[in-house]
Write a protein that binds this ligand. Structure first.
Ligand code: 5GP
Ligand code: MN
Length: 338
C-alpha cells in the first residue's frame, strides 16, 4: 500500500482504526491525532486515539479529549483489544516504534495496515503507507495535506481545524521557527477559513498558566539557568524534588528550554529534568548545530536539526555530568570563532 490510491481505496469502506502518538504528547502530537480522529469519524469509520502517557492540561480543551485512551493499568486490556482488532493503525508525530514503549511491540506484531504521518528525521520505515516529510513544520500540517489529497478539504470543520491549527502553531513556535515556510501560512489560512480560531487556540495554549507554573518559571530563570559562554551554551536542570516543591504538573516545563536560546550568542540550549522513571533531555539549537545528532548519538533520542529530545536511565547528576563532558568535543561547532 505505498500509493495514495490504494490507501484511499482501503478507506472507502468503514474501518476499525487506531491512532497512536508519542509519549507525553505535545500540541502537534495530540492535535494531529484528534484532528485526524474527528475526520475519520466524520467519514464513518470507528476510530480511537491512544496515547502512551498523560499530557498537559493546556491541551484538554481539544475536541475529543475525553475519548482519548491513555495507556495505563486500567486501560491496558481495552487498548490491547483495540489494537488487535484494528484494521488500520496510524502512527502520528514519531518515527520509530521504540519511542512508544510497549505499545510499539503490540503495533509491530499487529496485522493491521500501518500508516506513518510524521516529520522527524531518520524514520524507521515500518509502515505500509507513509505521509512523511521532514520539510513540513508539523504533523498536523501533514494530516491537513492528506485530507486534501483524499479530496476531503470540504470535510474539515471547526473542531478538526482547531486541533490541526494547534499543532501547526506550536511546532513553528507561533510561526517563528526556521521551519515556517509559505506552506505553513497557506495551511493556517485554510484552517482558519474552515473555522479555526487562532486567537482562542493561542490563548488556550500559550497564555493559560497556573500560578504554580509561573512561580516555577521564575525559580528556573533566577536560580537554575546556567550559561557557559565558552561553548555558547545554556542549560537548565530540575530534579523531581524541585518540581514537587512547585506542585508541577505534566507540561509545566514545556518551553523552558527556549529561554536559554533567547540569550544573545547562545547556540545550544538544553533542559535536563527528572521524570518519575527516567531523566528527560530537551535540546534546542540555532543555525547548523544539529541537536538531532547530539540526542541520537548520546541520549537515545532524536528529533529535528534544531529541536530534539532524549532520555537517560542514569541519575540526574550523572546525566548532567555526561552532557557537560561532551561539550569539549563540540567546542569548534559551538564556538566557530574561538
Ligand atoms: P521536546 O524537547 O519539545 O520534548 O521535543 C523536541 C523534538 O524532539 C520533538 O519533535 C520531539 O518529538 C522530539 N523528541 C523528544 N524526545 C524525544 C526522544 O526521546 N526520542 C526521539 N527520537 N525524539 C524525541
Ligand atoms: Mn511534531
Amino acid at each position: 500500500m505505498t500509493h495514495l490510491n490504494e490507501f484511499k481505496e482501503f478507506l472507502n469502506n468503514p474501518r476499525r482504526i487506531v491512532i497512536v502518538t508519542h509519549h507525553k504528547p505535545d500540541a502537534d502530537a495530540l492535535g494531529s491525532s484528534l484532528g485526524l480522529w474527528a475526520y475519520l469519524k466524520k467519514k464513518g469509520h470507528s476510530a480511537s486515539v491512544i496515547t502512551p502517557s498523560d499530557y498537559p492540561s493546556f491541551l484538554h480543551w481539544m475536541p475529543g479529549n475525553e475519548e482519548v485512551l491513555i495507556h495505563e493499568e486500567k486501560t491496558r486490556d481495552k487498548i490491547n483489544s483495540l489494537i488487535n482488532e484494528s484494521e488500520m493503525i496510524f502512527c502520528l508525530d514519531f518515527s520509530a516504534l521504540n519511542r512508544i514503549n510497549s505499545l510499539g511491540e503490540l503495533i509491530r506484531q499487529s496485522k493491521a495496515k500501518k500508516v506513518l504521518i510524521d516529520h522527524h528525521l531518520e524514520p524507521e520505515h515500518f509502515a505500509d503507507f507513509e505521509q512523511w516529510d521532514v520539510k513540513s513544520a508539523s504533523t498536523a500540517g501533514l494530516v491537513y495535506e492528506l485530507i486534501v489529497a483524499l479530496g476531503d478539504r470540504s470535510v474539515i470543520n471547526a473542531a478538526i481545524a482547531d486541533c490541526l491549527y494547534a499543532g501547526l502553531m506550536t511546532d513553528t513556535g507561533g510561526f517563528r521557527h526556521n521551519n515556517t515556510r509559505r506552506e505553513e501560512f497557506m495551511i493556517a489560512a485554510d484552517l482558519t477559513e474552515h473555522g479555526a480560531n487562532p486567537t482562542r487556540v493561542a490563548k488556550l495554549i500559550y497564555d493559560t498558566n497556573s500560578l504554580e507554573r509561573l512561580r516555577l518559571t521564575g525559580y528556573v530563570l533566577n536560580n537554575k539557568l546556567t550559561v557557559l559562554p565558552e561553548y555558547n551554551t545554556a542549560y537548565i536542570t530540575l530534579s523531581q524534588e524541585e518540581l514537587k516543591k512547585f506542585g508541577s504538573q505534566t507540561g509545566d516545563t514545556e518551553g523552558f528550554v527556549n529561554y536559554g536560546l533567547s540569550i544573545e550568542g547562545i547556540r545550544l540550549s538544553v533542559m535536563i529534568y527528572e521524570r518519575k522513571d527516567e531523566i528527560k533531555l530537551s535540546f534546542r539549537s540555532l543555525g547548523d548545530f544539529s541537536v538531532n545528532d547530539m540526542a541520537r548519538k548520546h541520549f537515545n533520542g532524536g528529533g529535528h536539526k534544531n529541536a530534539a529530545g532524549g532520555s537517560s536511565k542514569d541519575s540526574l547528576q550523572e546525566t548532567i555530568t555526561k552532557f557537560l563532558n561532551l561539550l569539549p568535543d563540540y567546542r569548534n561547532q559551538l564556538n566557530p570563532e574561538a
